[in-house]
Design a protein around this ligand. Structure first.
Ligand code: CP
Length: 311
């Protein structure tokens, strides 16, 4: 694996390899010493043009636990504010010897441009690009579901909310279908993409009818910052029809789990009571995110390390 730009990049075998490797990395979280020497001498750059809490910190923790050197770049406070281009930023990082760049960008396709342009020779990981994809989020979500549900083959996963603006939804639909799950996305018509013909999932506008048949429900953040008010239903109306509250949660099968990628709008797409309930695996998703990102960085960078050491 040279780059990870889309969940569609992963075959079933490759996705299973990442998940199995993450299982080994996850076992480190329970040990007093959480560090491995696997990426000693490697440099990972976190290149974040958009805000992040979980993804940035998680990649930093993952790289450090594998003994890589980590450089954190945030567009805020950098020369990007003076008009520096993505190309010149990339050339600067290349000159500093980045082996992998973890890129979050507000524009869909920015990590693809970094990977394909030749500006950098290292690996590129898409850490969320615009409304397009967030493949490591999908991997950590699948990992979390697999830990609770076992194999995802034939499991019924429901993804609810602002699908139109959600890179998390697209990556999850792609990855979960690769892993054999049956995915249904639920949203108001105005928050679904117009053309979903290439999405391998079912769609519904009726949350209540899908709930009793769901092994896992993933609630999506309503991304007000990406929409104009003209097509957004009122918060109250949205919450009434598409929010997960205690009454709706009671319609789920006994073993079903509730996920949210974060950050959450408590009281909007998910009630505080549900978010903090025993069915919620939201905090666990964050822990698992470190293991997944360790696995991704390890699979990308450790092979080339070994080859260089042999040379
Ligand atoms: N889930 C997610 O990408 O969260 P952050 O925006 O905090 O990284």
């Amino acid at each position: 694996m040279k780059h990870l730009l889309s969940a569609a990049d992963l075959s079933r075998d490759e996705a299973d390899l990442v998940l199995d490797t993450a299982e080994e990395m996850r076992s480190l979280a329970d040990r007093p010493i959480k560090k491995l020497p696997a990426l000693r001498g490697r440099t990972v750059v976190n290149l974040f043009f958009e805000d992040s809490t979980r993804t940035r910190i998680s990649f930093e923790a993952a790289a450090k636990r594998l003994s890589a050197d980590v450089i954190n770049f945030s567009a805020k406070g950098s020369s990007v504010s003076k008009g520096e281009s993505l190309k010149d930023t990339a050339l600067t990082l290349q000159a500093m010897g980045a082996d992998a760049v973890v890129c979050r960008h507000g524009s869909s396709g920015a990590p693809h441009l970094l990977a394909k342009s030749g500006w950098m020779t290292g690996s590129v990981v898409n850490a969320g690009d615009g409304t397009h994809e967030h493949p490591t989020q999908a991997l950590l979500d699948a990992f979390t579901m697999r830990r609770h549900l076992g194999s995802l083959e034939g499991r019924r996963i429901t993804i609810v909310g602002d699908v139109l603006h959600s890179r998390v939804a697209r990556s999850n639909v792609l990855l979960l279908s690769t892993l054999g799950a049956e995915v249904t996305v639920v949203a108001p018509p105005t928050l679904l993409p117009v053309d979903m013909s290439n999405w391998p999932c079912g769609t519904s506008y009726d949350f209540d009818s899908v709930l009793p048949k769901s092994d896992a429900v993933m609630m999506l953040r309503v991304q007000r910052e990406r929409m104009n008010d003209a097509y957004f239903p009122s918060a109250r109306e949205y919450s009434r029809r598409y929010g997960l509250d205690r009454n709706r949660m009671a319609q789920l099968p006994d073993e079903a789990i509730v996920l949210h990628p974060g950050p959450m709008n408590r009281g909007m797409e998910i009630s505080a009571e549900v978010a903090d309930s025993t069915r919620s695996v939201i905090v666990e998703q964050v822990t698992n995110g470190v293991a997944i990102r360790m696995a991704v960085l390890y699979l990308m960078l450790s092979g080339s390390n070994e080859e260089e050491q042999k040379a």
